[in-house]
Design a protein around this ligand. Structure first.
Ligand code: AMP
Length: 417
């Protein structure tokens, strides 16, 4: 049965808390962005305040074996600083029995990177490239078997389980989903997860209308399932960024050197047809800022999106497209944004994406509910200083995308089941 942080009695209990401390580090192992650490603090602090102790677990990077570069020891001091209590460190997440047993109320222990063990992901490692299907199957079976003991060991440290790692909620890993089995009556979401789930529900389940989704980014292929799910739910679908050119080409436009995926043109047309049948307004770019090379200093010129000359490439939304989109955004009551509407990493082609961040902040000020997710969209909102001027900034790129595809995330199901 699912419990809730606010009503659960943590007095004298040890909580094992899955967080997402997968933070970027520079070459000297300094944290370059501690957002993920800060966003987990309300949950950890609350448990300590309520008389519990916390055993914190996370992954960092994608190590394929024990690798000091990916050690969570690099962040333990910063976590202590943020939490306001000294955090102890367990150098092996499978050998923390004594440290966990000795924890007193108000104390915290951080376990070493869970992904030092293949069992966390439950995927075999070190398989020869020419391994046969039988060998692959046997290796998979072996890691699944040993995964049970791995998860059981983690569970043995604690009295209750809290999942506050939205960034990994779309993974059915040991610490994100399987461990919940050991706490049938003592499992709950942390505040961050609660916030993310509510934000997605505000858009997908309880949206105030009109509901608008702005989907950008590089490829139709990576967001096909998102587009297919949203087209049945929204009132307006704004499609921008690199993926827009596949739609324009499918509609007979001439897109020059712009990014496109020919094999996805039928899907693009199907999305447009579904939208028409359902009365959804799809808004594509009308004109586009083009460059002659994928370079910040390349010459720029605006062309009609259906008539881009051969040697030019569409790289950012034009003022005319942005004006259309701003009108739609400001007339909406709920807005979801995922993906840049131009090549955001090149400052000369970031204007469109920054303008969308501005539009969302303005819509929020008028009372709309706005949810922003995905690396570049979040970066644009943050760069404008608007992280507090939109309703919710998601911490999970992949997890948010899977949620808006309409999938049930394993990390969420494991608690709600
Ligand atoms: P995604 O990860 O799918 O959200 O895509 C983000 C990437 O889309 C960024 O790296 C952008 O540079 C890229 N992108 C956006 N618009 C364009 C465009 N017009 N041409 C090429 N890449 C683009």
């Amino acid at each position: 049965m699912q419990q809730f942080i606010d009503s659960y009695d943590f007095t004298g209990k040890k909580a094992i808390v899955r967080v997402d401390f997968n933070v970027p580090l520079d070459e000297n192992f300094n944290i370059t962005d501690d957002t993920r650490i800060r966003r987990a603090m309300p949950t950890l602090k609350k448990i300590l305040e309520k008389g519990g102790a916390v055993i914190i677990m996370s992954h960092l990077g994608r190590p394929k074996k024990v690798d000091p570069k990916f050690s969570l020891s690099h962040i333990v001091d910063h976590v202590s600083e943020c939490l306001g209590v000294p955090v102890q460190f367990a150098a092996d997440c499978q050998k923390a029995d004594e440290q966990a047993a000795a924890l007193k109320p108000g104390e915290a222990l951080l376990l070493e990177n869970l992904r030092f063990y293949a069992e966390e992901e439950g995927k075999p490692r070190g398989l020869a490239e020419d391994a046969s299907e039988d060998e692959k199957k046997a290796a998979k079976k072996a890691v699944k078997e040993s995964q049970k003991a791995f998860v059981k060991k983690l569970a043995s440290y604690a009295d209750c389980y809290v999942n506050d790692a939205f960034g990994t909620a779309h993974r059915a890993h040991g610490s994100t989903a399987l461990i919940a089995e050991y706490f049938p009556n003592d499992k709950m979401f942390g505040y961050l997860m609660e916030g993310e789930i509510k934000a997605i529900d505000n858009v997908l389940k309880n949206a105030q209308r009109p509901l608008t989704a702005i989907i950008g980014g590089s490829k139709v292929s990576s967001k096909l399932a998102v587009l297919k799910n949203l087209v049945g739910k929204v009132d307006n679908l704004i499609i921008g960024g690199g993926m827009g050119y596949t739609f324009i080409k499918a509609l007979g436009g001439h897109i020059g050197q712009s990014l496109h995926e020919d094999d996805l043109m039928p899907d693009a047309l199907e999305i447009l047809n579904t939208a028409k049948e359902k009365g959804v307004n799809v808004s594509l770019s009308v004109a586009t800022v083009c460059g002659q090379a994928f370079d910040n200093d390349t010459p720029r010129q605006i062309f009609d999106i259906y008539n881009i000359p051969d040697e030019w490439e569409g790289m950012d939304a034009s003022p005319a497209s942005l004006e259309n989109w701003r009108k739609i955004i400001l007339a909406s009551k709920t807005i979801l944004w995922n993906g840049p509407v131009g090549v955001f990493e090149l400052p000369n082609f970031a204007k469109g994406t920054l303008q969308i961040a501005q539009d969302l902040a303005d819509a929020t000020a008028q009372g709309a509910y706005t949810l922003v997710g995905g690396g570049d969209s979040v970066a644009a909102v943050t760069q404008m200083g608007y992280a507090d001027k939109v309703s919710y900034v998601s911490t999970g790129g992949g997890a948010m995308l899977e949620a808006i595809e309409g999938k049930i995330l394993p990390g969420i199901a494991a608690i709600q089941d």
